[in-house]
Ligand binder design. Sequence first.
Ligand code: FMN
Length: 294
Amino acid sequence: MTASGTCGYGMEDNQEEYSHLVGTEKLGAIICKGTTLKPRDGNPQPRLAETASGLLNSIGLQNIGVDALIKEKAPIWSGWRVPVIVNIAGDTIDDYAQLAGKLDGVAGVSGLEVNISCPNVKAGGAEFGANPESAAEVTAAVRAATSLPVLVKLTPNTTDIARVATAVAEAGADALTLINTLKGIAIDISRRRPLLGNITGGLSGPAIKPVALYMVYEVAKTVNLPLIGCGGITTASDAIEFIMAGASAVQIGTAGMVNPSAPLDVLNGIKEFMEKEGMEDIAELIGVAGRQND
Ligand SMILES: Cc1cc2nc3c(=O)[nH]c(=O)nc-3n(C[C@H](O)[C@H](O)[C@H](O)COP(=O)(O)O)c2cc1C
């Protein structure tokens, strides 16, 4: 899957299909940009800073709002072979419930990814995901408002991700995405102040891979739901590490911003690995690294 916020709505601004560029119809799913009830302009510039093996972003959920998404984007998605999952974000639990209700039954929307992990917004966002009780409340509200598959995207900015994951699973999530970005900062030494307009940002890219991998590994020990690994995946071997740690699927974010064909390259690389190992079913690999340590 493509990770939310790193390939917009899966198409170019001129509405041409992204799929002809990178063959996205072969992917498991496209996760669209975080979507809120009302359109948002996002945070002040600058919003991106490169770091060693990583990227700090503070976009702040710039998006067209759910009504425009339903009117303008979903009809295009409904003609695609690749399922599109809408990443939703709100300031309150009621915002999440309303978003889920509006998207339920919309042709072209195949599922919801509940973003309780955005580090770049003042209200809501990662605050909900840092705490097991509020994470479960958001999940239950979304679950009650939709019959679509519900993925819940967790934040690494918490003390015990396994507790949050367990609470979200019990509240009715169908799958968990691990992880969103890690909160970080960069300083512009010539101006002697923070580089990003929003001061803080979210760190992504290869720099966070060991953290994300650890979180998948930990959660796989306690939660019996499909896990979607995300964080620094650039190559097929990165993806296979996540699968061996317990992920059933993976998302590619920052790597796709550098090389748009990264998600497909990873997919092809996994197939090659399986052929080389004489494997028929990816399920043979899921969680294998954790089981050996039981
Ligand atoms: C520019 C940018 C925008 C992002 N926007 C969102 C978003 O709207 N919703 C969300 O849940 N995650 C968002 N993310 C987080 C990614 O989906 C992903 O969880 C994170 O970047 C880690 O994966 P990666 O290292 O492969 O990029 C964004 C990441 C980047 C780099």
